[in-house]
Write a protein that binds this ligand. Structure first.
Ligand code: ATP
Ligand code: MG
Ligand code: MG
Ligand code: MG
Length: 470
């Protein structure tokens, strides 16, 4: 079996052999984009290369980039545990051309690697193109020889990528692997496309326009390429399993979580083990990149992820804190590729242990309150926002944890009511400060909290060598 580590290496080596500069993953906390919570795609560290703001001594590059999608525009948190293909933390493999090669060469590389190098049979692959992108359609015919019915034209924004309201944009073409008709799901563009049968493995973005203003789009003088392939998804394909959580990286973590809690890893506890394994990876990598649990900003996203996993550990009946005991396995699986994990191992373990010890003190009481509050409810009912807020405020339950806890019973949460209760409490806190006559410092405090938000970490840039050539 090809290990995930081998697949990562094989991808980078292929593109290196094709003249691409291998570039190390940037840290998860983006330093060139204050609007972004975490790096969520391979192209993020190269943004300024695409817009022309920055130039580097290469015009093509390849990377395996750490990504977190647990908030903001791309939020896959709620999918984790329940789909075969989503994680909060994953690695995105990519090849990039900054005004060098374009569409034809990008499709040629993708096809060569997936079909010729890795041997994925052509009849398992379906691709999409943007509905008016006849060029891409033609290359999939001529280069890959795909039959027309497996080159699907899509008219939605799924196949048109843009960096923002302005800036580089263009059509994209996605490659899907068909895991077989024993799995629920339809081809892209069909009503059942959200199933897990056809899994998107690679997205090729053809940046060919510059959106200067709404309605004002001009061709880019030097079109560029940005691609993203989910390492865990291609690992599933190449290891002959359907589910990302059945690949080597996850199997070890899930086995350990089963061993510590003495529970079966499939059946009723399956989702819990997956959530724990996934959230351990995102927590570990975030802490290694300097994020620490906090009540706001990036640190709060981390806390939400950690506590959600900790509730699942509780569901499994874990008698003692669980998460910190799994870090060893994570470091064993991924420390070779990411030495920052090895360096941060003691910090990761300590942070997880402290958070879990603390959270366990209120978790039981909170869950009891939740049980009482939902006692008479039936599927489709909604928990009042005020109760969700009390769980948050008194028992440290992040909103989405409450939502996740009620999901199995088919119950929802009144989000608007929760937000209103939160706003009310903030207003009361501000009023109380004003009453104390310390208006000036109170205003400064809120300004700082709103500006800074997270536990901002800036100390690794100098040593980690983001963007440096490996
Ligand atoms: P999906 O439609 O399956 O949610 P996506 O279109 O949101 O994927 P892209 O933004 O195109 O994904 O990211 C490029 C690639 O990264 C995808 O083709 C996929 O292989 C991988 N990927 C995206 N999101 C995740 C995730 N949450 N977990 C694991 N891999 C992912
Ligand atoms: Mg998605
Ligand atoms: Mg998609
Ligand atoms: Mg995509």
């Amino acid at each position: 079996m090809t290990s995930t580590n081998d697949i990562r290496r094989s991808f980078l080596e292929y593109f290196e052999s094709q003249g691409h500069m291998p570039v190390a993953s940037a840290p998860l906390v983006p330093h060139n984009d204050p609007t972004l919570m975490f790096v969520n795609a391979g192209m993020v560290p190269f943004k300024n290369m695409f817009t022309g703001l920055e130039s580097r001594p290469y015009t093509t590059a390849t990377s395996a980039q750490k990504c977190v999608r647990a908030g903001g525009k791309h939020n896959d948190l709620d999918n984790v545990g329940y789909t075969a293909r989503h994680h909060t933390f994953f690695e995105m493999l990519g090849n990039f051309s900054f005004g060098d090669y374009f569409k034809e060469q990008a499709i040629h590389h993708a096809w060569t690697l997936v079909h010729k190098e890795w041997g994925i049979p052509a009849d398992r692959l379906t691709v999409t193109v943007y509905h008016d992108d006849d060029e891409a359609f033609g290359y999939w015919r001529s280069i890959a020889g795909l039959p027309e019915e497996r080159i699907i034209r899509i008219a939605t924004s799924d196949n048109f990528w843009s960096m923002g309201d302005t800036g580089p944009c263009g059509p994209c073409s996605e490659i899907f692997y068909d895991h077989g008709d024993h799995i629920f799901g339809g081809p892209p563009g069909s009503p059942d496309e959200d199933g897990d049968r056809f899994v998107e493995i690679w997205n090729l973005v053809f940046m060919q326009y510059d959106q200067r203003a709404p309605g004002d789009r001009v061709p880019l003088p030097r079109p560029s390429i940005d691609t993203g392939m989910g390492l865990e998804r291609i690992a599933a394909v190449l290891q002959g399993v359907h589910d990302n959580y059945d690949t080597d990286t996850f199997r070890g973590l899930i086995a350990e979580s089963g061993a510590f809690t003495r529970t079966a890893t499939d059946g009723e506890h399956k989702a819990s083990h997956r959530v724990i394994a996934d959230h351990l990876r995102s927590s570990g990598f975030l802490i290694a990149d300097g994020v620490l649990p906090a009540n706001e900003g990036r640190g709060y996203v981390l806390r939400r992820i950690m506590r959600r996993a900790m509730r699942h550990a509780h569901l499994l009946g874990a008698a003692d804190p669980l998460m910190h005991r799994l870090v060893n396995v994570l470091v064993r699986e991924m420390g070779g590729a990411y030495p920052e994990l090895v360096r941060a191992q003691p910090l990761i373990e300590e942070t997880l242990l402290r958070e879990e010890t603390r959270f366990r003190q209120t978790l039981d009481k909170g869950l009891k309150l939740l049980d009482e509050a939902t006692g008479g409810m039936t599927s489709g009912d909604v928990l009042p926002g005020a109760t969700a807020f009390r769980l948050y405020d008194t028992f440290g339950f992040p909103y989405d944890l409450t939502e996740d806890a009620l999901r199995a019973q088919g119950l929802g949460v009144d989000r608007a009511g929760f937000d209103a209760a939160m706003a009310e409490q903030k207003a009361a806190a501000r009023a109380a400060w004003k009453g104390s006559g310390e208006k000036a410092s109170e205003e400064i405090w809120y300004d700082i909290a709103e500006d800074v938000g997270a536990t901002e970490f800036i100390g690794y840039d100098a040593t980690l060598g983001e963007g440096q050539v490996v």
